[in-house]
Write a protein that binds this ligand. Sequence first.
Ligand SMILES: Cc1cc2nc3c(=O)[nH]c(=O)nc-3n(C[C@H](O)[C@H](O)[C@H](O)COP(=O)(O)OP(=O)(O)OC[C@H]3O[C@@H](n4cnc5c(N)ncnc54)[C@H](O)[C@@H]3O)c2cc1C
Length: 417
Amino acid sequence: MKQHYDIVIMGAGMVGASLAAALLQHAKSLNLSIALIEPNPLHVQAEPDSYQPSFDGRVTALAYGSAQIFQQLQLWDKLREQVQAIEHIHVSDRGHFGAARLHAEQEKVPALGYVVENKWLGQVLNQHLQEHANADLLDFYSPATVTEALRVDGKMQLQLETQQQPLILSTDLLVMADGGRSSLRDKMGISYTEEIYQQQALVCNVGIDRPHNNIAYERFTDTGPMALLPLLKQNKQHRCGLVWTVPEQQADDLLAMTERQFCTALQQRFGFRAGRFNHVGERFCYPLKLQRAQEQVRAGVAILGNAAHTLHPIAGQGFNLALRGVAALAEHLLAAARNGQSLGDYEVLYQYQQSRLADQRATINFSDKSMRLFAINNPLLALGRDAGLQLLDICPAAKTLFSRSAMGLASPMADLH
Ligand SMILES: Cc1cc2nc3c(=O)[nH]c(=O)nc-3n(C[C@H](O)[C@H](O)[C@H](O)COP(=O)(O)OP(=O)(O)OC[C@H]3O[C@@H](n4cnc5c(N)ncnc54)[C@H](O)[C@@H]3O)c2cc1C
């Protein structure tokens, strides 16, 4: 293992692993040295083809634009083996007349997005990284944690805790992709704003008694929004991924319910539009907040993914936004490497950050504002938002604008070739 790297990526979650994959394509030709540091052991199933979709674990709605990014990373052919296409999106307001429907065919795309189980995404990414580690293009420190990062003589000096002895590494660029509870961010004095929604996202996979017909539902209710995402069948059972936003005090009650009680409660809340709920996988709860780091770049440091911005999950935009950031950072870093610039150069990182501001602002505002707008029970506002949904439904230009934004196509696509 080396003592100095061009890039050290801290965190091999969905975001850190995707950035490594984006850079690794050109690591050999540009002679880039890359290290990835992760506290959890890397899980690569011995036989990736033995993967079975399950009733447990989280799922992610990948926007159509994210699929295109994975295509550029040469990962889409493998990923698509286990994804469910979303061909229609149905947005509605429970107890009100407003509803809007988006269709892939009308938008002239094969799918508006794809639903992937996080376990499968992790497995495909890890397998890919492992192959590059075996080819000596990537050094993997795992289990290992970055505990300190200091700027010394124009480089970042990192302290690592490992199972054996502490290590010291240096790097031109430290990419912090260590998630929303980044402790290093605090140590480095990078402040952030936080808004707590006083709500929990209850997440599980549910069985239904009929095919989902590739429809994703987004339903706003007076206690919080719900999303039902189409999943691949398992053992002939039709399945969907559920994200149900509930006030904090209700979350424990829903977790404690029997399967039957839960299906009944869900049916009452969601209605029968998708069929009858007849099975529930393991249930998880996540506290909801909007968090934004006040700085996303410094000389020698870039902050990505949840460490930079954690969004309300209901609009399914957190990872999609982060992946567009991954692609943009990789594009800027690869260009800098081709020009012989240091990858930690502040100007390079500043240009990257500037290129992301508009998309970040629009996506964060959209998910935060729609969440708050639909949480309001005021009848006049309800009338206004229902009229808005109806208008969206009948106005093709507005629909295309909305669809392109939901598909992650509203901002220019990074070029990683
Ligand atoms: C219920 C729910 C549903 C969601 N659904 C969607 C969706 O449908 N579509 C969508 O786009 N987004 C969705 N999201 C958002 C998405 O899950 C996040 O954007 C994504 O997980 C962020 O990944 P990350 O890699 O930044 O962070 P994480 O997944 O938190 O990964 C951080 C990694 O850093 C490692 N780490 C931590 N500390 C250190 C350290 N000191 N040194 C080294 N490594 C460290 C951790 O072990 C971890 O592996 C959802 C989120 C939730 C909660």
